[in-house]
Design a protein around this ligand. Structure first.
Ligand code: E4P
Length: 218
């Protein structure tokens, strides 16, 4: 499973990259706003900076919601850097735009996906990635992980190439469950990724090893 980090924070992206396990980055307009990145030039420069930090795909979301606007914005975003993936919302014009970009060989990430029917449409349009939002489904008392399982089944039935990018991952257990049900990619916060490192028996065991070593080597 690929690991993407879901942030526009450069320090966190650098920390995940330095760990050597990072495969890409996802951003969205809310994450850009959280970092105080505003104005077209600043936003575009921020995407380029992220691409220079990481080796993998970097999702950059269009703001337009009409077909022509999404095409113009997406083509511009794609021209910024070869690692840019154009993130398109799951709406009718979005599906048309995904089909267009797919025919041009431009990578897309279909975002704001909350049902397997939406994921089926995204795959048929040729999306590179589909982003089902697990955490937001959990927030409304629906089992987000079940959606990943349902999409996995549908995509495997027809050998669709679209990769399931489990998004809105909120905590470490989400990452483990994504791997169990066969998500191709998960995108989550740095805290959830670092949570995978933790186990009290590892900490206790290491402390004991070091203490025993010190006893006979001091
Ligand atoms: C997906 O790419 C989105 O950026 C993101 O995962 C949304 O997560 P949230 O529900 O925690 O805002």
């Amino acid at each position: 499973m690929k690991f993407f980090i879901d942030t526009a924070n450069l320090e966190q992206i650098k920390e995940a990259q330095a760990l050597g396990i990072l495969d890409g980055v996802t951003t969205n307009p809310s994450l850009m706003a959280k970092e105080g990145i505003s104005g077209n030039d600043n936003v575009m420069n921020h995407y380029k900076t992220i691409c220079e930090i990481v080796d993998g795909d970097v999702s950059a979301e269009v703001i337009a919601t009409d077909y022509q606007g999404m095409i113009e914005e997406g083509e511009y975003l794609a021209s910024l850097h070869p690692q840019i993936v154009v993130k398109i919302p799951m709406i009718k014009d979005g599906i048309k735009a995904i089909k267009y970009f797919s025919s041009k060989g431009i990578k897309t990430n279909c975002t704001l996906v909350f049902s397997s029917g939406q994921a089926l449409l995204a795959a048929k349009a040729g999306a590179t990635y589909v982003s089902p939002f697990i955490g937001r489904l959990d927030d409304i008392s629906t089992e987000g992980m079940r959606l990943i399982e349902d999409i996995r089944l549908i995509y495997d039935n027809y050998a669709y190439d679209t990769q399931i990018l489990a998004a809105s991952v909120r905590h470490t257990m989400h990452i483990i469950q994504c791997a169990e049900v066969g998500a191709d990619v998960m995108t989550g916060p740095l805290s959830a990724i670092l949570g995978l490192l933790k186990h009290p028996l590892t900490d206790n065991g290491l402390a004991q090893f070091l203490a025993d070593h010190a006893k006979v080597n001091s």
